[in-house]
Design a protein around this ligand. Structure first.
Ligand SMILES: [Fe+2]
Length: 382
């Protein structure tokens, strides 16, 4: 029995965060899309692939790369990506590459009929033709390979193929929901047999455990980090694990989740170069399916409460590192306070400084020793 993994690319780099009609318009992946691709790469380690095929569009190629890397890391002979033009997305005619907001304004009557798949957009590739063309590409990939394969392409052509394989009309394509970065599994009994759809495996989201390897891959996949940000995140991880382990030894009745501490400390600055980076990073991890990690990241700049928990440990560990260098909370805030001219920003930094002092005092109290070094108060306002 062979398995064919139909992988939808990650979220493209839309000019705004709105909804777009994207067919042949060739947008690369955005930050979230790159993270989704990285997650798929890790998930695909369990698929035991022999080959990776993809559409010629950039968003599909970029998503295929981590999957191919995983295959090559596991196999002896170096494989390359097989790009088939037949696997490309439906040409969406005059709507292709426009936001739905613009479409609504420019083509209001046509926009109203968009729920009815049987009314075509002018210039659109007919669904029947797109279905035939994609199935030709799909069967060519199957015939030109052995064992399990991945096919990285697009939602409309995948849904058209699923209609064909489940006996539906192509106009019922919207009965399938395939989120960005999801995958669907087809099976083939033996060579020459028709493909069948695993009904419980349509639009699955990857969920590999967020271990050190995956978190590091996500940090490098993000375009909102740099090598020095990655090194800072690793230093914060080491410090957070040191503090959490000391707390666990001192309070065995209330153990902290060290895996959560490690994942969140590594990923706390995954969106470092975005404005309000703690919120953006938290949103990415939520979207990727890691709500607990997301919650700790959201609080790494400013904690909801000084209570000892995983979020407090990552928060204080971050305040004890300037880049990779160990610093006291006082020294860390002295760097900060010099850079604030706005009274509001200064007040917020002072509030975070007070919170960091409170967390440190609670942790040192719980451990019965100064496991987090206390600096001089004057340093903070130097
Ligand atoms: Fe940080």
């Amino acid at each position: 029995m062979r398995k064919i993994y139909l992988v939808r690319h990650g979220k493209p780099d839309f000019p705004d965060d709105g909804r777009w009609c994207l067919g042949r318009t060739d947008l690369p992946l955005g930050t979230l899309g790159k993270l989704q691709a990285s997650l798929l790469g890790k998930e695909s380690e369990g698929w035991l692939l022999n080959a990776v095929f993809c559409s010629p569009l950039a968003r599909a190629r970029e998503t295929a790369e981590p999957i191919l890397s995983a295959l090559n890391a596991a196999g002896a002979a170096e494989k390359t990506l097989s790009v088939y033009d037949d696997l490309t997305e439906l040409d969406a005619g005059i709507w292709d590459g426009h936001s739905f907001e613009e479409i609504k304004l420019r083509w209001p009557d046509l926009y109203e009929t968009r729920v009815d798949a049987s009314i075509p957009i002018p210039g659109q590739e007919p669904y029947e033709e797109a279905q035939k063309r994609f199935l030709r590409g799909l069967y060519a990939a199957v015939d030109n390979s052995t064992g399990n394969i991945a096919i990285v392409a697009h939602t409309t052509v995948f849904c058209l193929a699923l209609c064909a394989l489940t006996g539906r009309s192509p106009y019922e394509l919207r009965s399938f929901r395939l989120p960005y970065g999801s995958y669907t599994v087809l099976e083939q009994e033996a060579p020459g047999f028709a493909l069948s759809v695993c009904p419980e495996a349509i639009g699955l989201l990857p969920s590999p455990p967020p271990d050190e390897e995956l978190c590091t891959a996500l940090l490098y996949a993000s375009d909102l980090t740099s090598d020095s940000v990655v090194r800072h995140c690793m230093a914060v991880r080491d410090e957070a694990l040191r503090i959490a382990s000391a707390l666990n030894a001192a309070r065995p009745e209330a153990p902290l989740d060290l895996k959560l501490v490690e994942a969140a400390a590594l990923l706390h600055d995954v969106a470092r170069f975005a404005p309000e980076h703690e919120k953006v990073g938290a949103e990415y991890l939520e979207e990727l399916g890691y709500p607990e990690v997301s919650e700790v990241i959201r609080q790494h700049k400013e904690l909801d409460s000084p209570e000892i928990n995983e979020a407090a440990v990552v928060f204080i560990a971050d305040k004890c590192r300037k880049g990779e260098l160990p610093v006291t909370v006082e020294q860390r805030f002295s760097f900060k306070l010099q850079s604030f001219n706005e009274p509001e920003a200064l007040a917020s930094a002072k509030r975070r400084y007070a919170l960091a002092c409170e967390v440190r005092s609670r942790i040192n109290g719980a451990c019965g020793s100064e496991i987090i070094r206390v600096g001089s108060f004057e340093d903070a306002f130097a």
